[in-house]
Write a protein that binds this ligand. Sequence first.
Ligand SMILES: [Zn+2]
Length: 255
Amino acid sequence: MQDGLLYCGKCKTAKQCRVHILGNERVVSCMCQCAKEKAEEEDTERRKQEDADKIMRLRSSGIASQAYRGARFEADDGKNPEPMRTLRRYADKWDDFYRENIGLLLYGGVGTGKSYAAACLANYLIERKIPVCMTNLSGILNTVGGFQREERNAFISDLMQYPLLILDDFGMERQTEYALEQIFNVVDARYRSEKPLIVTTNLSVAELKNPKSRDHARIYDRILEMCQPVNFGNNGRRATIASEKMKLAAQLLKG
Ligand SMILES: [Zn+2]
């Protein structure tokens, strides 16, 4: 080239440029167009990988049960469409629900897909790099059972950092006085954190509104105040599968 600079054989743009340092002109190397593009591509690739790693970490640390890490709205079997649509809308409008601190109470019979729906939401948010903790009170009680007061408080305050906390299978944990005290501590801490809580439960809204004791009442009152009820009904998929199985069994037995 006439200007005396080195040019890239591939993209035909300069690999050198002239700079003026303290009045002297110097020729220094620089990136040609194709090298620049390659560097940008590598940068994008690296960022994508970092995102994927972050999402993987959020998923494995945030969703306690491995079975729920694969739950996706797109993979739903469509057997309980109405509450599922509600959950999708919640996911779509997460920013609003988060800002307004509105949670959900997913209630209904065993096998109606409440936990699966909650897990779909958890994964949806995690894919968008929003930390979610989906766990259950039995697990929390087991963990804090061995803790001293300070450790317990630290553990609970960690839980409260999550923008969304999901307590799965509420009401299935043990109901001793100690357990109820710890459950209240978790629910009350969430209440005071002013961040949304989602609860899945086999208990009905009527049962939550008519608690069997004062210890239950103060827990249920908080939950009803924080969580908008979503009815998953009672015709569970497990019940359907069971009744289909019984039909099949009857046919087989008839020969
Ligand atoms: Zn080049």
